[in-house]
Design a protein around this ligand. Structure first.
Ligand SMILES: Nc1ncnc2c1ncn2[C@@H]1O[C@H](COP(=O)(O)OP(=O)(O)OP(=O)(O)O)[C@@H](O)[C@H]1O
Ligand SMILES: [Mg+2]
Length: 300
């Protein structure tokens, strides 16, 4: 596995990789959710690139940029073992040199929910993802359903700005008790950790109520809200359109149940899809049939 640190060297080496090329963008402190994305990319591409970049542009001034978990050596080992060909780990000063003055701003889909609570967050996400796409020029890029509004924002600018990269969204990987894996789960106290799975039970209950015929989003969400356990404090719980993130007047699939609960200063984010007619999931990209590639097999 090669490691590169600048946009120029990333592009030069990425251009030599056998195509198709799959990219897995991360902020590091890797867990099984990230590794599932790498495995999916590995099975669908001749070459796999992972990136590790704790992107200052997507953190608010009072957020945890400084104390965000960092584990570069262990991350690199896991990526190499998973068969990653190229690791792009740029320095912030090379991504945002003096005079940097541009951003990608996405419209309505980025304004509610996370966008409203984290001003500028999705501008930071869209801008850094666009920069990663220009450096690596991936055939496909892999994202987790856990950050579902992020996937909707990325799909929107990729379509609007004619990016050639195919966006693949893979299912959320969870702890056995239902808690969605997240690098920030290490912040939870034992008491917060014990209550954390109640958020997943809540959103599941909303989705189940809709599947059972409940059409009033407020009533469906009230069923879920009642399940969230202290010391978690629910910030929002809503049934939204999977593409636009507009709250639905009538709860019916295809849709997404989105929720955030605060555990102290840690925000737990989760969502589940409500399938449309025929059971089609509105978020997750169906796996492509395995293809045989002659190069770049995982190294053990
Ligand atoms: N539990 C998970 N299952 C599947 N994909 C995930 C999971 N958690 C994160 N991802 C995906 O991994 C990619 C990189 O995310 P990131 O590095 O921010 O990890 P994270 O666990 O979301 O960290 P944090 O919660 O601190 O933001 C994103 O596409 C994200 O959606
Ligand atoms: Mg994240």
């Amino acid at each position: 596995m090669q490691i590169v640190r600048t946009p120029g060297s990333a592009r030069a080496i990425a251009r030599t990789l056998p195509r198709p090329v799959g990219l897995v963008p991360t902020m590091g402190a890797l867990h099984a959710g990230h590794l599932a994305l790498v495995r999916r990319a590995r099975s669908e591409n001749a070459s796999v690139v992972a990136s590790i970049f704790v992107n200052p542009m997507q953190f608010g001034p009072s957020e945890d940029f400084e104390k965000y978990p960092r584990a570069f050596e262990a991350d690199a080992e896991q990526l190499e073992a998973a068969g990653v060909d190229l690791l792009y780990a740029p320095e912030a000063a090379r991504m945002y040199p003096p005079g940097f003055a541009s951003a990608i701003t996405v419209g309505d889909v980025s304004r509610g929910f996370e966008g409203a609570r984290r001003p500028g967050h999705f501008d930071g996400v869209a801008t850094v993802v666009a920069k990663l796409f220009h450096a690596i020029e991936p055939t496909s890029a892999y994202f987790g359903q856990k950050d579902v509004q992020q996937t909707a924002v990325i799909r929107t600018f990729v379509r609007d700005l004619d990016f050639a990269t195919n966006i693949v969204v893979a299912p959320t990987i969870r702890e056995p008790d239902g808690l969605a894996l997240s690098s920030r789960n290490v912040y939870l106290t034992p008491e917060q950790r014990a209550a954390a799975p109640s958020l997943y039970r809540a959103i599941r209950a909303v989705a189940d109520a809709v599947a059972a015929g409940e059409r009033d989003p407020a009533r469906a969400c009230a069923i879920g809200a009642a399940l969230v356990e202290a010391p978690l404090a629910l910030e929002y719980l809503a049934v939204v359109d999977a593409q636009t993130f507009a709250p639905l007047g009538e709860a019916a699939g295809p849709a997404v149940v989105v929720a955030v609960a605060a555990a102290g200063t840690t925000r737990l984010l989760d969502n589940v899809s409500i399938p449309g007619p025929g059971g089609v999931d509105p978020i997750v990209t169906p796996a492509r049939p395995r293809r045989a590639f002659s190069v770049s097999r995982p190294k053990q």
